[in-house]
Design a protein around this ligand. Structure first.
Ligand SMILES: Nc1ncnc2c1ncn2[C@@H]1O[C@H](COP(=O)(O)OP(=O)(O)OP(=O)(O)O)[C@@H](O)[C@H]1O
Ligand SMILES: [Mg+2]
Length: 259
């Protein structure tokens, strides 16, 4: 297999809270291969966002090791883009959609090159007609797609996505899932994708991990041995898809979490 992009071993996260230190993550370990999509499923409060913040270099684990391309992490890394769960706070309300998407690349690109990069990213999320709108003129799902376009415009080596399609209607969600698979196919981007949605996790993943418990740890992880290209109808009807979905549901029920 290709070189690991991320490698985590025995990661612990303890955060201070009013009633004393709170153990958020315990003994979390996994690796992410180059070009791999790892989906992480877990109930609310199991530490999914906390784990993604660690991968983004926005939080420092209190134990264990996190390596990015073989080096110990020390803060945010070039080539790693994050799509936050809270899109409302992630966008600058006084900037147009195009200028929000430009945010991560406007220091390196100018003029037509910048405009072309922004247009390409907006097209990918189906918002090329909204370039001149402001975030407050868009629906929640559209704002989330602006945030995705902003990450994609940076042509990242790794995309960290925190429940990115949670606010989308079923049809848009399906389209965005397939766009993500195309993006990976076209660019070889590695992805850590957080979701509550078991079907989504299986559909998108090369590998699925279940984060559960309190403190959260990875209690199950398996390869998704479903063929590519995946198809919203045909893939979901495969007996193997149904079996994987079943196993995941059963594992979640066994841990007492909800699905
Ligand atoms: N800055 C913080 N200080 C103290 N505790 C925190 C902090 N951030 C998160 N927590 C706690 O860590 C736990 C996990 O939170 P986290 O946001 O990672 O969960 P999550 O799995 O992303 O949940 P959701 O699915 O609802 O987004 C929660 O108990 C939360 O209260
Ligand atoms: Mg979260």
């Amino acid at each position: 297999m290709a070189e690991a992009v991320f490698d985590l071993q025995g990661v612990e996260l303890v955060l201070p809270a009013a009633d004393g230190p709170r153990r958020i993550l315990s003994n979390v370990g996994f690796s992410l291969g180059a070009g791999e999509i790892l989906t992480i499923v877990g109930a609310s409060g199991t530490g999914k966002t906390s784990l993604l913040r660690i991968l983004a270099g926005l939080a420092t684990p209190t134990g264990g090791t996190v390596r990015f391309r073989g080096q110990a992490m020390d803060g945010p890394q070039d080539g790693v883009a994050i799509v936050f769960q809270d899109y409302g706070n992630a966008l600058l309300q006084w900037r147009s959609v195009a200028r929000n998407v430009a945010l991560g690349v406007e220091r390196e690109l100018r003029g037509e090159a910048l405009a072309a990069r922004v247009t390409e990213a907006l097209r990918l999320v189906g918002l090329e007609r909204n370039a001149n709108d402001y975030p407050w003129q868009l629906s929640g799902g559209m704002q989330q797609r602006v945030q995705i376009a902003r990450a994609v415009a940076m042509r990242p080596a790794v995309l960290l996505m925190d429940e990115p399609f949670g606010a989308l209607d079923a049809m848009t969600k399906a389209t965005q899932q397939d766009e993500l698979l195309h993006l990976r196919q076209a660019t070889g981007v590695s992805v850590v994708f957080i979701t509550h949605d078991i079907e989504e996790a299986v559909y998108l993943g090369d590998r699925v991990a279940l984060l559960s418990g309190s403190p959260g740890s990875i209690t199950l992880s398996f390869d998704v041995d479903l063929p590519f290209p995946r198809d919203q109808v045909a893939t979901r009807e495969l007996p193997r898809f149904v079996a994987l979905r079943h196993d995941m549901h059963a594992a979640i029920r066994a841990t007492g979490g909800h699905g």
